[in-house]
Design a binder for this molecule. Structure first.
Ligand SMILES: Nc1nc2c(c(=O)[nH]1)N[C@H]1C(S)=C(S)[C@@H](COP(=O)(O)O)O[C@H]1N2
Ligand SMILES: [Mo]
Length: 200
């Protein structure tokens, strides 16, 4: 190890910022609508292939799945980034394993209780890349941030991390979600600035 930018917290922070992002210590709330009131007694998560339900977990069953803690940087397309955010929840790999399945198609839509949706590829949510998070910073996830459970896909812009997650639906083809239908990029990689569907 040599003395380098990697030893300098400020420089290290900058190196971890994708193009044209700005660091924040805050945790802004970004929602298209009001925070839905969700009761864990009524909550469930449904896994589907097209219209066909594959498996459904109520809160008790979901809470019994293997859990992981991860620390990741997050990047919102509105240009804020936040470093070292700490999450706990169930990796998508473990959810599929509990259903006894490999990904049935290469694409999926995440569905939320507020009517939001976002599309992802199977490759972007498997092999440790995505979690259904129930805790942030050691506490149950606040309702405004997607509690009781949200998707977390930290290597893509944060609009891909669907709050108030209620469904994961594998689709035969790539299908655009809420923001993707309104001009956001289908994938949303912050490092290659995949903000919008077409070049600015
Ligand atoms: N269900 C749902 N999920 C959502 C949104 C939303 O409006 N509804 N907003 C998205 C956007 S644009 C961003 S930037 C992040 C914001 O998450 P936060 O409010 O926890 O910062 O959630 C994403 N997930
Ligand atoms: Mo966003």
């Amino acid at each position: 190890m040599s003395t380098s930018d990697a030893d300098d917290p400020a420089a290290n922070g900058q190196a971890r910022l994708p193009p044209r992002q700005v660091l924040t210590a805050k945790f802004p709330v970004m929602s298209m609508d009001a925070t839905p009131a969700l009761d864990i007694a009524d909550w469930s998560l449904t896994l589907k292939h097209g219209v066909r339900p594959l498996k459904r977990w109520d809160w008790t069953a979901f809470s019994a799945l293997p859990r992981q803690r991860i620390v990741r940087d997050i990047h919102c397309v509105t240009r804020w980034s936040k470093l070292d955010t700490a999450w706990e929840g169930v990796m998508l790999d473990d959810l599929l394993a509990d259903a006894g399945l490999a990904a049935p198609t290469g694409f999926l839509l995440a569905h939320s209780a507020d009517g939001y949706s976002t599309n992802l590829t199977a490759a972007d949510v498997l092999d440790g890349r995505a979690m259904i998070a129930t805790h942030y910073d050691g506490q149950p996830l606040a309702p405004a941030h997607g509690g009781p459970a949200r998707l977390l896909v930290p290597h893509l812009y944060f609009w891909k991390s669907a709050k108030w997650l209620t469904g994961l639906q594998f689709t035969a083809r790539e299908e655009a979600g809420f923001w993707e239908l309104r001009g956001y990029h289908l994938r949303g990689d912050p490092w290659s600035e995949q903000r919008f569907a077409e070049a600015e």
